[in-house]
Design a protein around this ligand. Structure first.
Ligand code: S3P
Length: 447
């Protein structure tokens, strides 16, 4: 375990190019592997989660290579063309990797065993297994639908119409990816719209999908067995990674930073909306499209933030951003109430209780409910001076490092390793903006 300490810091200034989008990177590798011909991917996130997906797709028969120019090339096998893996597929820490891959495997006539690290082995997979079993796959999992599990896929998958019990882009995507190799129409009914990267990318590769708004939700219908053709795409910067320097700049007085090329998919921008409501000065410039996704350059200036009520309906558009929003809330003036957070309990860790515990240890008054977090803002620096267990959760690690910058005393996280899953080079990027972060525990920290 490698501890990292964030020390009280002054203003952040400069440009922060964030790594490629994790959700889109997984999808580019998997859909590229299912297309006919070659795909070229620029800006792929080279975090451990995505590298596990690349390794799995190679074992399944896709040729995947990184060129000297940094471009990733995927030679796809066509829909239904993957081969049976001759080894266990280890998806590391990645819920997206394992759940989307289960969908891909379900409609291939093969047997595959999937596992992951201790965090992933504790997460529920039944929500994905249930619809895939309706389509004809068999899935044998440990108690509670946990990994390791075995997918007995079918070459004769049946298209289904499935109503998601929880709003989850991963479950939606698993069903759509399985539906690629099922004849006829596969529909997913979402209780609330979630990130639509799979739909956008499948369209870009040549599939036909229809989406219909219904009440507060959405119905997505895929026409099965399309001809997917290899594509060239540029992965936008990850808004969920941009969230960390963004909030750091918002809470450190005098800061002004730019984040070029960040994905602005409307189902991912709930944090920006909320920070603006809190009073943050965020400017979006040069809107454009990359990989079928909206992208913009962001600039943020520090300014006083005020507490807000964040409605439950906003959760799908900022589901991964609540830990760092709680940090912004801790430094804001007044109280912030975040509702509709039940899903946070089944992420890489139980993020609701991890944030509540960690903030309390840093001297912030909080209240944790079953799906609510209330944070009483300090209207400036928090006391800090705590050691935080990251429990294999990258977003908990980065959130508390950002909090340490805006604390009176250093905050240490117990392990740097989880940050490699989504944001390689996080500490270096933050140091480049002026953040005081160093390897080691408080006191023992090397510069
Ligand atoms: C993701 C969907 C979300 C999110 C995860 C990435 C995706 O999970 O938390 O980090 O890429 O589809 P859920 O589908 O469980 O909400």
């Amino acid at each position: 375990m490698q501890p990292v300490t964030a020390n009280p810091s002054e203003a952040l200034v400069g440009t922060a190019p964030v790594p490629g989008d994790k959700s889109i990177s997984h999808r580019a590798l998997m859909i590229g592997a299912l297309a006919a011909g070659q795909s070229e991917i620029v800006g792929l996130l080279e975090g451990e989660d995505v590298l596990h997906t690349a390794a799995a797709m190679r074992v399944l028969g896709a040729e995947i290579e990184k060129g000297a120019d940094g471009t990733w090339r995927v030679w796809g096998q066509g829909i239904g063309g993957l081969r049976e893996p001759d080894t266990v597929l280890d998806m590391g820490n990645s819920g997206t990797g394992v759940r989307l891959l289960m969908g891909v495997l379900a409609s291939h006539p093969l047997t595959a065993v999937l596992t992951g690290d201790a965090s992933l082995r504790g997460r529920p997979m039944g929500r994905v297994a249930a619809p895939l079993q309706e389509m004809g796959a068999r899935i044998l999992a440990r108690a509670g639908g946990r990994l390791p599990l075995t997918v007995l896929g079918t070459g004769e998958a049946a298209p289904i119409s499935y109503k998601l019990p929880v709003a989850s882009a991963q479950v939606k995507s698993a069903i759509l990816l399985a539906g690629l190799n099922a004849p006829g129409e596969t529909s997913v009914i979402e209780p609330a719209p979630t990130r639509d990267h799979t739909e956008r990318m499948l369209r870009g590769f040549g599939a036909t999908l229809e989406t219909l708004q219904e009440g507060g939700g959405r119905i997505v219908t895929l026409s099965g067995q399309p001809e997917l053709r290899g594509q060239s795409l540029r992965v936008p910067g990850d808004p969920s990674s941009a969230a960390f320097p963004l909030v750091a700049a918002a809470i450190l007085p005098g800061s002004r930073i730019s984040l070029p090329g960040v994905g602005m998919n409307a189902h991912r921008t709930g944090l920006i909306e909320t920070l603006r409501e809190m009073g943050a000065q965020i400017v979006l410039e040069t809107p454009r499209e990359e990989a079928g996704e909206p992208v913009a350059d962001l600039t943020i200036e520090a300014g006083p933030l005020s507490g807000v009520e964040v409605p439950a309906e906003r959760a799908p558009s900022m589901i991964d951003e609540y830990p760092i929003l709680a940090v912004a809330a801790a430094c804001a003036r007044g109280t912030t109430v975040m509702r509709g957070l039940a899903e946070l309990r089944v992420k890489e860790s139980d993020r609701l209780s991890a944030m509540a515990r960690g903030l309390a240890a840093c001297g912030v008054e909080i209240e944790e409910g079953p799906d609510v977090l209330t944070v009483v803002g300090r209207g400036g620096r928090v006391p800090g001076g705590a050691s935080i267990e990251t429990a294999l959760d990258h977003r908990i690690a980065m959130s508390f490092l950002v909090l340490g910058l805006a604390a009176e005393r250093p905050v240490t996280i117990d392990d740097a390793a989880p940050m490699e899953t989504s944001f390689p080079g996080f500490a270096a990027l933050m140091r480049g903006l002026g953040a005081q972060m160093s390897v080691g525990s408080a006191g023992s920290a090397a510069p």
